[in-house]
Design a protein around this ligand. Structure first.
Ligand code: ZN
Length: 348
């Protein structure tokens, strides 16, 4: 089968012919139909410090995908997933025996393994995952939309941390996850939604997904946005999706007292924070990683099922669809910043 492989401890990726993966007794084997590109995949292609300290090549990369189940392990319960089902997949594989796993808090597992990071991934004609990680999609599901359930799940997990009804919400970073978070905040009843970024292309996507106001922080301040919207006290909820220290610092300066902040964007390095303000303004700051297994997934499916408007807004982040054979072009687009989500088609 074709597979996009990190062959060794150096920059680059190679499309090559490799054996199909065997399906274990508790696994499903999936024919990949679509796969989304993530920032993680770019780090792996670059072989930056994070990739060098995390990956053990050779490895097939990719973790956002949608496909058709072609084989089911003999010990998988018949009711769970069947041959012919079309699935998205939770890319975090958990141990099942640590304290959090045993308590049902799988997203907090201390032994999490990442598909396409710690084991072979989905930029290939076939991928094998534990049946437990398969999320069966309804018939008629748009394959491209189904391929981005991983980032849609990040956005859902972050945006649904606290009730949003009537709240003023700040979303820093308008990459695909930030844009989807805008759509979810709108769906969940927020009052004012302000999105920031330094790319006008991405800010346009955020506007299209339902942001009341977008702020290019290269030249405009969030404080001015508050004034323009007639806000007097600051944001009630903030979702940090950029990982940029400057964004976090400006965010903290714009929160109302008692505001709540969910941090999803991963910073490259440590950075200073005005802890005095966090303390005296009694801010709540919470780190978010991955998706809640599988509460985020149920919310994701249910929200799409009940809201054509949300479905349209989430789909709008997919700006490029590229055949898998042109994978290098897909990576170049993803790197350009002039895009939302890039989805590769593995059917062709
Ligand atoms: Zn665990």
């Amino acid at each position: 089968m074709r597979a996009l492989v990190k062959t060794g401890a150096h920059a680059g990726l190679e499309m090559m012919d490799v054996p199909e993966p065997p399906c274990g007794s508790l696994d499903v084997k999936v024919r990949v139909l679509r796969a989304g590109l993530c920032g993680t995949d770019l780090h792996i292609q670059d072989w930056d410090d994070w990739a060098a300290s995390t990956l053990e090549p050779p490895l097939i990369v990719g973790h956002e995908f949608y496909g058709e189940v072609v084989e089911v392990g003999e010990d998988v319960p018949e009711t769970a997933v069947r041959v012919g089902d079309r699935i998205s997949a939770e890319g975090h594989i958990v141990c099942g025996h640590c304290r959090n796993c045993r308590a049902g808090r799988r997203h907090l597992c201390i032994n999490t393994i990442g598909v396409g990071v710690n084991r072979d991934g989905a930029f290939a004609d076939y991928v094998v995952i534990p049946a437990m990680n398969a999320y069966v999609q309804p018939e008629g599901m748009d394959p491209d939309l189904a391929a981005i359930f991983d980032p849609y799940g990040n956005a859902t997990h972050t945006a649904l941390q606290w009730p949003m009804v009537g709240e003023d919400v700040l979303i820093t970073g308008a990459g695909p996850i930030g844009v989807i978070a805008v759509a979810i905040a709108r769906h969940a009843g927020a009052r004012n939604i302000v999105a920031t970024d330094i790319s006008d292309f991405r800010l346009d996507l955020a506007k299209g997904a339902g942001a009341d106001l977008v702020v290019n922080t290269a030249h405009t301040r969030i404080r001015d946005a508050q004034r323009e919207l007639g806000m007097r006290e600051g944001f009630d909820i903030a979702l940090e999706m950029s990982g940029a220290p400057s964004a976090v610092q400006e965010l903290i300066d714009n929160m109302n007292h008692g505001g709540r902040v969910a941090l999803l964007g991963l910073p490259k390095t440590e950075y200073p924070v005005n802890w005095g303000k966090v303390i005296t303004h009694m801010l709540t700051i919470k780190g978010i990683y991955g998706r809640e297994m599988f509460e985020s997934w149920y919310a994701m499916g249910a929200m799409l099922q009940t809201s054509p408007e949300l479905t349209r807004a989430v789909s709008s982040v997919i700006t490029h669809r590229v055949p898998a054979a042109e994978w290098a072009h897909a990576f170049d687009i993803a790197r350009s910043g002039q895009c939302g989500k890039v989805v590769m088609n593995w059917e062709d």
